[in-house]
Design a protein around this ligand. Sequence first.
Ligand code: DC
Length: 233
Amino acid sequence: MKRLPKDLIITIDGPVAAGKTTAARLLAERLGYCYIDSGTMYRALAWKAIQEGIDVSSPTMLLDLLARTELEFRPGPERLRVLVDGEDVTDALRLPRIETASSILSVHPSVREELVRRQRQLGIGGGVVMDGRDIGTVVFPDAPVKFYLTASPEERGRRRFRESPHGTGSLEGTLAEVERRDRRDMERPASPLKPAPDAILIDTTFLSAEEVVKELESHIHRKLRDPRDFLLA
Ligand code: DC
């Protein structure tokens, strides 16, 4: 199979629990690329806001917080590690309250603008697989390879429930939270979640992680063979 250039930017967008993280991480590993999980940035800001008791619905307070907080992102093959004022908080970012707060604060255009600037800096040299909600539409609209992963809301709710710490919440509650986050992410005026016009849509409802990655790889290699084929796919 033809070798990939080392400096491509590959974007993977999609709703919560569509399988982006697993697919992006596996794909980055196979290509020898960095995996950058942009949601981690929104989560890191949410973590800091909660620590300081800051209202995540106030863009002014969040921008002030961003200005006086040192956020360091260290891309790697596994996932983006995040240091907030020198402390590695990556493992704390998966808590449900951080997830909800990150979705709420991500509606503010001024907050997005600042985080998008940092995402572009991280991706600038290429050789990255970046996932999120607006990576193909806003952050890297000229990326040569874009994917949009999705799955049925029921399947995504079930996945989220399986991943949640044992004994917390119910399946119904998790499904309702997935739907709330979908609405917030898709209906916000600033960079709403939607597929880029040139993104390849993949429904992962009935696919294993391995099957998803195979599909991503075959699209990428098809593009390398003949870019026109790719556009018509
Ligand atoms: O991908 P995630 O679940 O870690 O993202 C957490 C929240 O961050 C998500 O609900 C919306 C926001 N987000 C965003 O608005 N844009 C991105 N590129 C990534 C995440």
